[in-house]
Design a protein around this ligand. Structure first.
Ligand SMILES: [Zn+2]
Length: 229
């Protein structure tokens, strides 16, 4: 029987390969295999939809080369991408009705890989990029350490605005990851993008404006050690 992987999963694989070129693929997989845990009538690794379309894919845990399955799985849930059916990682499963982690009792604990199933309808073939912060961040080693306001942005086409508001004039656009010096931060318009919500904005004097803290490459919503404007 001929088969193929759903286009949305191929997009994610391409994005992951581009972001983590040295990653291990030891536990990667797509189609069900009688010699592997993926067998079984109910598995989305079988090409039952279409039929001939596999709606699940596994990606290998390889934190040494940047792909941490828990971080990736958490960001998939945060993204609320409508193509997601469920995610399994580290003995837990989350489905697209609650988006909350619960215990996973399957035989394979999914500690060496995470599993993503996409929905069994035409959305599984939508091939737009997945919007996950981990896939857009500056390469390892390029990050700022936050000392003296030293940070690095991530993402592309990031607007710098004259005020911490979405309707304020754009004074600069950051085409890619950029090293910036943040002098202070303030509360402004709530920004919802890249699977995050944040109303904090960082003021960058060199650029003469504010960048939403979402695109400052730091895990905290409110940057540590930076005063309020
Ligand atoms: Zn799987």
């Amino acid at each position: 029987m001929s088969w193929r992987v759903a286009n949305s999963l191929e997009t994610l694989r391409r994005q992951i390969d581009a972001r983590f070129p040295a990653r291990s693929v030891a536990a990667d997989g797509s189609i069900g295999d009688a010699a592997h845990e993926k067998r079984g009538r109910d598995s989305d690794h079988n090409p039952w939809y279409g039929p001939g379309i596999v709606t699940a894919r596994d990606f290998t845990h390889d934190p040494a080369h940047g792909l941490d399955i828990q971080q990736m799985a958490d960001q998939l849930l945060d993204s609320r991408d409508p193509r997601i059916k469920y995610v399994i990682a580290n003995r837990r499963i989350a489905v697209n009705t609650s988006w909350q982690w619960g215990p996973y009792e399957g035989a394979n604990p999914h500690e060496a890989h995470f599993h993503l199933s996409v929905v069994a309808d035409p959305r599984c073939d939508e091939s737009q990029n997945w919007s996950l912060p981990i896939l857009d961040e500056a390469p390892d080693g390029g990050g700022g350490d936050g000392s003296a306001g030293n940070f690095v942005t991530w993402g592309t086409g990031v607007n710098v605005r004259a005020q911490p508001r979405l309707d304020a004039p754009v004074v600069a656009v950051l085409s890619g990851p950029t090293r910036v010096t943040v002098s202070c931060q303030t509360r402004g318009d709530m920004v919802n993008t890249a699977g995050r919500s944040n109303d904090a904005w960082a003021f960058v004097p060199d650029l003469g404006g504010y960048v939403t803290n979402i695109f400052i490459d730091h895990p905290d919503a409110w940057l540590p050690g930076i005063g309020e404007c």
